[in-house]
Ligand binder design. Sequence first.
Ligand code: IPD
Ligand code: CA
Ligand code: CA
Length: 257
Amino acid sequence: MLNFAIQTARDAGRVLAERFGRALEITNKSELDLVTESDLASERLIIDRIKTHYPRHAILAEESGASEPADREKESDWRWIIDPLDGTTNYAHGYPCFCVSIGLENKGRMEIGVVYDPMRDEMFTAERGRGAALNGRRIQVSPTPTLAGALLCTGFPYDVRQRNQFARHFANFIMAAQGVRRDGAAALDLAYVAAGRFDGFWEEGLKPWDVAAGALIIEEAGGRVSNYLGEPLNIYTPPVVASNGLVHEEMMRVLAS
Ligand code: IPD
Ligand code: CA
Ligand code: CA
């Protein structure tokens, strides 16, 4: 199933890359939240593949929501969690930072995670208990021991204007860390924590499809993923703090201040 997820993410990524930079039909889901025809084309490809190969599996996809197999006798234990284009605002502006994210959950536990960046041809993968990889080579989180030496990343949720504690957290992290970035594709940000490019990440208001694959890839790369209280992450109730493990407690203290 990992190979299936990898191949599907690669093909969906090709759909995104082929249309990247062209004039696109863009629809607003809310004032700041967009959807393009590429989101929909990528999602269609992924869902068609899953329905062909795993017709008994359930699906949760950003643009079309939750679906159970049509002929089910009972609810499926397996559920694919899909973000067909993470980083839509970047994509719509021609900023080449976006990805496809595909996770597979069994009885509520993530088993497989794949995040694919078609611009750099980087495929981040993990299977529970088998480690994490980038283009087939093992990856690990960074050894950075303190927040003062850490490069962090965050995201601004679409409803950031209603979240006044975000500005406080952001200001506090700028003061405490070596640097803070905002790349605009949460699944890719998480994959970068797994690969040791970022030492930590935080964001509130994410959705299951933003974090499902990336969280497993971080855990399998030796990192830690939690909510803002330090409890194990439930992908259905973000906020998310993700790190190399070593700077996690310091990050939690900043979020509590
Ligand atoms: C968004 C991106 C962004 C994050 C937002 C997400 P989308 O996903 O991951 O980095 O800050 O909270 O909703 O809409 O581009 O798939
Ligand atoms: Ca997303
Ligand atoms: Ca998306």
